[in-house]
Design a protein around this ligand. Structure first.
Ligand code: GLN
Length: 489
């Protein structure tokens, strides 16, 4: 059962080859074993999932219409609210916080009869690229347990890569869906900004945050996006546009389409990564697409401006964690200001504190125009240049990451870690749809990702490019050998 796609699981459930309870029991058992080996989950929702599975079986017996995701197990990053369950954001601050309402994307999945099996591990408040910033435990890469699965949505990537769910949700502020997807050999899709509601996602950088899926194939990405990609009146930045039928558009030919590559931005790409990237482009050329060089000097500013704008927004968003309303409260505070200070001191980890301080600094009256406002201007320039670029090509291609997965705790210097986001931050700053596609293996036999970016609202186009790559390559079919078994022990 672990090898099945989301669509296949749904079909088997609908045609009564398997019951929802059987599906739930199978994947929950698998999730527990995978979690023991990898630390992928922060909670596995045994009871809740089985209860809902039973109800779903009854619905099927009663002959009622079944949803687009009927019986499909899905794991959720633990920074999205599922009513009545914990949302910890992998932070001590929220270790006991129980969600009061459902995040819109989760509500939409459950309305289509999906089975939410658990909440996954991540970097604290989604800040990081390795999952090492989780206050509770690290997550490990299923291809090599000594390596990081990437982050911040590391647990969601592991859940799908180790096949304890065919689909999971992550959030992507600067690359946190695409980078872990690349490191674990699966698909990770970041939609156009506003396509999927952020209502119920704990905010990190509100103008950069996106909810999106991990999957083992592009059809499942399209399927779940058909369910989640909907206008939501509870999110003021939600796009008020009709839902799309992504699945119907996947197959359209790529003949004559143009793929822009900013070669001037790829000068420092290590040899092996460059080779895999070039081989990937060749796949498209063989399908009749043309690769064109796109000069794009502004891309080199993405890391500096991302690491000004994201901490600035984070410092504002995280101000609400003051020890008064949410969860942890410093017991030894003697005054109100003590309560604020000490609650933050005890509740937040090092990376979060660092970002709040950096963000407060770049927003402070003396430095705002030197840093924050300047970063916003460069962001505007970047967005405009993307518009011009897409006059000359249909999509843009980049590697997802400069390298494959590395050993956990091996990169100590924050700047080197931040540079991991070199190729993913541009799509967040400009709100573009982008996908990471499994495109081969490094010398260490670890997966590598190709990234395709499209113009705003052209999510279907991005999926189509990914789909043709999938149809003509085999990389996505490989499952990490430790987990390529029906019964794990
Ligand atoms: N690695 C980036 C950061 O730490 C991106 C995080 C994310 O996308 N959530 O900010």
């Amino acid at each position: 059962m672990y090898q099945l796609s989301a669509k296949e699981i749904r079909d088997q459930f609908i045609s009564k080859k398997v019951s929802a309870v059987e599906i739930a029991e199978y994947f929950i058992t698998r999730a527990h074993t995978v979690d023991e080996k990898t630390g992928a989950f922060l909670s596995i929702l045994d009871k809740r999932t089985l209860k809902r599975a039973k109800e779903l079986d009854e619905k099927r017996e009663a002959g009622k219409p079944l949803g687009k995701l009927a019986g499909v197990p899905i794991a959720i990053k633990d920074n999205m609210n599922l009513k009545g369950e914990k949302t910890t954001c992998a932070s001590n601050f929220l270790k006991d916080h129980v969600a009061l309402y459902d995040a819109t994307p989760i509500r939409l999945l459950e309305e289509e009869d999906a089975l939410i099996i658990g909440k996954t591990n991540c970097d604290e408040f989604a800040m990081g690229s390795t999952n090492e910033n989780s206050a509770f435990k690290i997550a490990k890469n299923p291809w090599d347990l000594d390596c990081t699965p990437g982050g911040s949505s590391g647990g969601s990537a592991v859940a799908v890569a180790a096949r304890c769910a065919p689909l999971s949700l992550g959030s992507d502020t600067g690359g946190s869906i695409r980078q872990p997807a690349a490191f674990t050999g699966i698909y990770g899709f970041k939609p156009t900004y506003g396509r999927v509601s952020r209502y119920g996602l704990v905010a990190f950088g509100s103008s950069l945050d996106h909810v999106g899926p991990f999957a083992t194939n592009v059809e499942d990405v399209a399927l779940i996006m058909e369910v989640m990609g909907a206008y939501c009146d509870k999110d003021s930045t939600s796009l008020d546009i009709p839902k799309e039928n992504y699945l119907d558009k996947l197959d359209q030919s790529l003949q004559g389409k143009k793929i822009g590559v900013p070669w001037d931005f790829l000068g420092d790409l290590p040899d092996k990564s460059k080779q895999l990237f070039q081989e990937s482009l060749k796949v498209y050329e063989d399908l009749g697409a043309e690769v064109v060089d796109i000069p794009f000097p502004e891309l080199k500013y993405c890391i500096p401006i991302y690491y000004i704008i994201a901490p600035a927004e984070a410092s504002s968003n995280l101000a609400r964690f003051d020890g008064v309303q949410y969860s942890s409260r410093a017991e030894d505070a003697e005054s109100l200001s003590d309560l604020y200070d000490l609650s933050k001191e005890y509740g937040f980890g090092e990376e979060v504190k660092q970002r709040v301080m950096l963000g407060t600094f770049v927003l402070s009256s003396g430095f705002q125009s030197d840093y924050f406002k300047k970063a916003l201007k460069i962001r505007e320039l970047l967005i405009n240049n993307f518009h011009h670029t897409f006059d000359h090509c249909d999509v843009m291609a980049l590697p997802t990451t400069p390298n494959g997965a590395f050993k956990s705790h091996s990169i100590k210097d924050p700047i080197s870690l931040y540079l991991q986001d070199l190729y993913t931050t541009p799509a967040n700053l400009a709100g573009l749809p982008a996908i990471s596609i499994p495109c081969g293996f490094t010398e260490e036999k670890l997966p590598h990702g190709l990234q395709i970016l499209g113009p705003q609202q052209e999510d279907a186009r991005v999926m189509r490019f990914a789909y043709h790559f999938q149809k003509n390559t085999e990389h996505h079919k490989k499952i990490p050998s430790l987990f390529d078994k029906e019964n794990l022990s």
